[in-house]
Ligand binder design. Structure first.
Ligand SMILES: Nc1ncnc2c1ncn2[C@@H]1O[C@H](COP(=O)(O)OP(=O)(O)OP(=O)(O)O)[C@@H](O)[C@H]1O
Ligand SMILES: [Mg+2]
Length: 364
């Protein structure tokens, strides 16, 4: 065999072993290929093949035999042998060896690439989830600052202006002051609106109330008949979950108004079997795979990542009768930092650190 390999232009460093013990010891090193006889006293090619397989190493294995039946050859190939040769046909050994080594290298490359791809997907998913959470925390921080700084100053100005209006007698001044008061009131409203968009304060009253409010407002704004149903009037949800559900409903409803051409939409909130589900279904035109692949559309992709931050997932189904988005969150899978962070809607929240808790921001 060595002579045939050399004749085929292959430079070979080889080790010849004859027993299982020697074979196992030799496998500690790295080899490009194993050429194995079929039958040996006390050992066999098929047993050697099993041993290679059990190490998990990807070493090509060619069975070379004086006589080999078709059934044995098939069994060997099925068990992971790269090839089999008859000793009477060793001219084929060199090309078969090169081919087997190349094929194994290609498999190794593919495994490496698959692993890299899986790792990179994991990293990307972690990053996307991290970004979702950071965006919420940043929004909460900005909203808090507007509330404390801008809101506080505007209120102080309002009081001062009201005081002035009471203490001046010149009607022209009073009129000017009242105009200023109007401007300040307008600024207060604007800052409240901005705060609400940054961080829905309505969530302080619980997810059910927030969704009720959101669906009513949606119906009023768009004229699309919107039905909200819930299995519970109040829900005790772990930290993070209410905001994820709220943002999911918000994006789903925005999509309905932007894309669906629907006349009716239903929002169902259910807690059953320890799983919270939020279902938004419309009777619109439905969506296709192409819609979801749009390069510049991030809404639905974001929902998947957002759901992942609390151990949940999003299912989407669509047909000619409309689109349904379902968010599911198994509540026991949500990791709450400690018991204090459980969102108890009937009691005021205390003890959690609002900066680290994207769901908490309130009317301090
Ligand atoms: N309820 C719906 N009915 C019909 N088509 C929809 C619906 N929701 C989404 N689509 C389609 O799926 C596409 C992707 O939606 P997605 O929310 O991911 O992105 P978008 O709304 O286009 O942009 P954004 O990133 O602002 O959310 C939309 O562009 C639209 O074509
Ligand atoms: Mg969208």
């Amino acid at each position: 065999m060595l002579a045939h390999l050399q004749r085929g232009g292959i430079q070979v460093q080889s080790l010849r072993v004859e027993s299982e013990r020697e074979f196992v010891a030799a496998l500690a090193q790295d080899w490009d290929i194993i050429l194995s006889d079929f039958g040996l006293p006390g050992f066999s090619g098929l047993a050697a093949l099993d041993i290679v397989k059990s190490t998990g190493k990807l070493i090509p294995f060619i069975l070379v035999s004086g006589e080999i039946g078709e059934d044995v050859a098939v069994a060997a190939m099925r068990n992971g042998a790269s090839d089999y040769l008859l000793k009477s046909n060793l001219a084929r050994l060199a090309p078969a060896t090169l081919h087997a080594i190349e094929a194994a290298e290609a498999v190794r490359d593919k495994r490496r690439a698959d692993l890299d791809l899986a790792q990179s997907k994991d990293r990307l998913r972690e990053l996307a989830q991290h970004l979702q959470t950071s965006v919420e925390m940043e929004r909460a921080a900005i909203a808090r600052e507007i509330h404390d700084d801008v809101g506080g100053s505007l209120t102080a100005v309002k009081f001062d202006l009201a005081w002035l209006a009471r203490h001046v007698n010149d009607p022209r001044l009073v009129e000017r002051i009242n105009q200023s008061l109007e401007t300040v009131n307008h600024a207060v409203e604007a800052s409240q609106r901005i705060m609400h968009n940054l961080r829905p304060a309505i969530l302080e009253q619980g997810l059910v109330a927030a969704l009720q409010w959101m669906t009513q407002r949606f119906e009023k704004r768009t004229g699309i008949l919107t039905v909200f149903r819930t299995s519970h009037d109040t829900l005790h949800l772990p930290v993070g979950v209410p905001l994820v559900a709220y943002r999911t409903a918000q994006e789903a409803l925005t999509n309905v108004s932007k894309h669906a051409h629907a006349t009716e939409v239903q929002v169902d909130l259910t807690l059953a079997g320890g799983v919270l589900s939020l279902e938004v279904s419309d009777n619109g035109r439905g969506l296709s795979g192409d819609d979801l692949a749009k390069a510049r559309s991030f809404g639905i992709r974001g929902l998947h990542e957002r759901a992942g931050t609390v151990g949940g997932w999003v299912d989407l189904s669509s047909g000619s009768s409309g689109t349904t988005i379902i968010l599911s969150v198994p509540l026991d899978a949500v990791v709450a930092p400690d018991d204090e962070d459980i969102d108890d809607e009937d009691a005021p929240r205390t003890g959690s650190d609002p900066l680290n808790d994207p769901t908490s921001w309130g009317d301090q």
